[in-house]
Design a protein. Structure first.
Length: 351
C-alpha cells in the first residue's frame, strides 16, 4: 500500500465524475462521501475512493443516471418520500437526510424514505450529518442479496447496513456503523490475496457449513453477524427501507457490480432533535459520562484501550489526515484505469 495526498484524490474524483457527466453539486457530495469513507474505514473495506472507478463504470454503462431528478413524491410535516431517479446513492441519501434534519428542527422528528437509488457507501456519513449539528442521526439502506435467509441455501438478504450517531460534548459524536454480516467480501478478498484462511464464522456454503478457505469464500454466502439475530436485523432493515418506501426488497435489489442495471436500492434517514426529548445539554452530559466510564475502565490483558463505537474510525481519520490516505495497489490500478479512460491522470503517491 502507498499513501496519497487527500486533496489530490479529491481533485481526481471531482474530475472523473465531471468527465462522466455528473453535475458540480452531486460531484461535490459524492466526492466528500468517498473521501470521508477513505479516511475513516480500512482500505480493504472498499467504501472509499475505489468507488470512483465503480460508479464511473456504472454511469458509462447505464446503471447510474448522472444529474438525476430527485423527486419529492410525498411530503408531510415530519416525513417525506423521495424518488432517487436511479441517481448516485450518496446524493439521494444526502438530500433525504438534509430534508429529515429540517423537519426535525421544526417538529422534533424527521423521517425521510427514498427509493430508486443506488449503493450509498458508508452509512455513518449521513448519520454524522445530523450529529454534527446537535441532532441524533440514523441511516439505513438495503442492498443486493449476499446472505441466506436463516436456514436457506441461497442468498436472499442484503447485508443492509445501518448507522446511529449521537452528539457528544466535543466535536466527535459517538457513531456506530455496521452491516449485518460477520464480514464483507472486501475483507475476504484481502485474506485471499494474502493466502490466509478466514475465521469460521465469516462465510458459509449452501449446506450451512463454514468456509474458511478465503479463495472459495469470495464466491460463498456471507454469514450474518450473531447468527439468526443478524439475519433478523437485516430483514427488518430491508422492510424499513425498501418496504417502507415502496421500493425493491430482498432478491430483487440489484448488485452494484451489474454495471448496466440500476440497483433499485432504498434508504431511510432519520433525525431526532434532543430538545424535543430530554434536551441536548442533558444528552451531551450523559454521553460524556459514558465516555469517561468506558475509556477509564480496567483493560483486559493484551488490550491497548477500551473504546466507544466510532473511536477506531476517528483514530484512523487522524492518521490519514496526518500521513495521507492509504490505498491498496489494486485500488490504484483501478483508479488509474478509469482515469486513463476518461482523460484524468491519477496522482502520484506521497514520497
Amino acid at each position: 500500500m502507498r499513501r496519497y495526498a487527500i486533496e489530490a484524490l479529491r481533485t481526481f474524483g471531482l474530475r472523473v465524475l465531471a468527465a462522466v457527466g455528473a453535475g458540480p453539486d452531486e460531484a461535490r457530495i459524492l466526492t466528500d462521501c468517498l473521501i470521508d469513507a477513505q479516511l475513516r474505514t480500512a482500505p480493504f473495506q472498499n467504501q472509499g475512493v475505489v468507488r470512483f472507478a465503480i460508479y464511473a463504470r456504472r454511469v458509462l454503462e447505464g446503471g447510474i443516471t448522472p444529474r438525476a431528478e430527485i423527486r419529492v413524491v410525498l411530503d408531510r410535516p415530519a416525513t417525506a418520500l423521495l424518488d432517487g431517479g436511479d441517481g448516485f446513492g450518496q446524493v439521494v441519501a444526502y438530500r433525504a437526510m438534509a430534508l429529515a434534519m429540517g423537519k426535525a428542527r421544526g417538529g422534533g422528528v424527521g423521517a425521510v424514505a427514498a427509493r430508486n437509488s443506488n449503493h450509498f457507501g458508508a452509512a455513518s456519513y449521513f448519520a454524522l450529518m445530523a450529529a454534527h449539528t446537535g441532532l441524533v442521526g440514523l441511516a439505513f439502506t438495503n442492498a443486493s442479496p449476499e446472505m441466506p435467509a436463516w436456514g436457506a441455501s441461497v442468498a436472499l438478504v442484503g447485508t443492509n447496513p445501518w448507522s446511529i450517531a449521537v452528539p457528544g460534548p466535543g466535536d466527535r459524536p459517538v457513531v456506530l456503523d455496521l452491516s449485518n454480516a460477520s464480514s464483507g467480501k472486501g475483507v475476504i478478498r484481502q485474506y485471499a490475496a494474502a493466502g490466509r484462511s478466514i475465521p469460521a464464522g465469516w462465510a458459509i456454503d449452501s449446506g450451512g457449513r463454514p468456509v474458511t478457505d478465503a479463495g472459495a469464500a469470495v464466491d460463498a454466502l456471507l454469514a450474518p453477524m450473531g447468527g439468526y439475530k443478524g439475519y433478523g436485523i437485516a430483514v427488518m432493515v430491508d422492510l424499513l427501507t425498501g418496504g417502507l418506501a415502496g421500493g425493491l426488497i430482498g432478491s430483487a435489489v440489484g448488485s452494484p457490480y451489474e454495471f448496466g442495471r440500476p440497483q433499485g436500492v432504498s434508504h431511510l434517514l432519520l433525525a431526532l432533535d434532543p430538545d424535543a426529548f430530554g434536551g441536548l445539554a442533558e444528552l451531551r452530559a450523559r454521553v460524556e459520562a459514558v465516555s469517561r466510564e468506558v475509556h477509564g475502565a480496567p483493560k483486559q490483558p493484551g488490550v491497548d484501550a477500551v473504546r466507544l463505537p466510532g473511536d477506531p474510525e476517528w483514530e484512523r481519520q487522524d492518521d490519514s489526515i496526518g500521513r495521507g490516505a492509504e490505498l491498496l495497489d489494486d485500488t490504484v490500478e483501478r483508479l488509474r484505469g478509469i482515469g486513463d479512460e476518461v482523460g484524468v491522470p491519477f496522482p502520484e503517491p506521497l514520497p
